[in-house]
Design a protein around this ligand. Structure first.
Ligand code: PAF
Length: 288
């Protein structure tokens, strides 16, 4: 397994692989890999088969964090991440520095961004206004560096995946986007690097997100008619407020493809929510 730190070296390697006829499967991550990330790596391997190459990037992208967010304390463990990638037969791990990715940014000499203007405004985008601009910019850059044929994203970041798909379609990136299912802990909590922040009695309270989705699903399933989003909203607010350290940021019911909000919720509608558990902001989503 190669550990590649420079952009030109990664591009050279990708071009060399392409000349040899290998397909490249790519999993972009911010590291601190958990079973959810590893399932994306396995998916990438399956898609490109053994003749293909799998690349994982590990880069905590400062551009997608607001100044008030957790950039400096975001969990990192490169040694363990590399060991996990090696075990899964990853061909290259791309680990760039901030100065390689954004030369001149610290001095104000970076001024080109990729902005998706329709899907990025609501839900996560409403709570974190500069977040998706950072995500689309870094993912576009990573696609230009890793030159993948396919890229795998987790369904846990449903809105992110929808925005990336739109970016790829609008800007003609020659890459197929695969969205792989969310991996959950045994109690239903979606795996996330930020779960590390949930110490003591906070961790058990994180189940309010998956419980909310499960209950909303049951209500929709049991009803012969569409269920109003207002009613489901009230139900979710009750579940969340029953946990002493949890605070609902938003819950939305929407069409899974267009992300357009739905006032009447039926089976096949999608639900997403963000909840602060203590100071940690968690997200989850699911099909109803
Ligand atoms: O989902 C993530 O971990 C990040 O948003 C991504 C796609 C790696 C971009 O930094």
């Amino acid at each position: 397994m190669r550990v590649v730190r420079s952009i030109s070296a990664m591009q050279r390697l990708a071009r060399q692989w392409q000349r040899g006829g290998a397909r490249i499967g790519f999993v972009p991550t911010m590291g601190y890999l958990h079973e959810g990330h590893l399932s994306l790596v396995r998916e990438a391997r399956t898609r490109v088969s053994h003749s293909g190459k799998v690349v994982v990037s590990i880069y905590v992208n400062p551009m997608q964090f607001a100044p008030t967010e957790d950039l400096s304390r975001y969990p990192r463990d490169l040694k363990r991440d590399l060991a996990n990638c090696r075990k899964l037969g990853v061909n290259a791990v791309f680990v760039p520095s901030d100065t390689a990715m954004y030369p001149g940014r610290a001095e104000g000499n970076y001024s080109t961004y990729v902005v998706e203007e329709t899907l990025a405004g609501r839900m996560e985008g409403a709570s974190r206004p500069t977040h998706f601009r950072g995500v689309t910019t870094v993912v576009a850059k990573l696609f230009n560096i890793v030159l993948p044929d396919i890229a795998v994203f987790g369904a846990k970041d449903w809105q992110q995946a929808a925005i990336i798909k739109r970016m790829v379609s609008d800007l003609n990136f020659p890459v197929k986007i695969i969205v792989a299912p969310t991996v959950r802990e045994t109690d239903g909590v979606a795996m996330s690097s930020r779960n590390k922040y949930l110490v003591g009695n906070l961790r058990p309270q994180a189940v309010v997100l998956s419980h909310s989705i499960k209950l909303a699903r049951e209500l929709v399933k049991a009803s012969a008619k569409p269920v109003s989003a207002v009613r489901l909203n009230t139900t979710v607010a009750k579940i969340v407020s029953a946990a002493p350290d949890a605070r609902l940021d938003y819950v939305e019911f929407f069409d899974p493809e267009t992300l357009l909000p739905q006032k009447q919720v039926t089976r096949g509608s999608h639900m997403a929510l963000a909840v602060f558990v203590g100071k940690t902001r968690l997200i989850d989503n699911g099909r109803l």
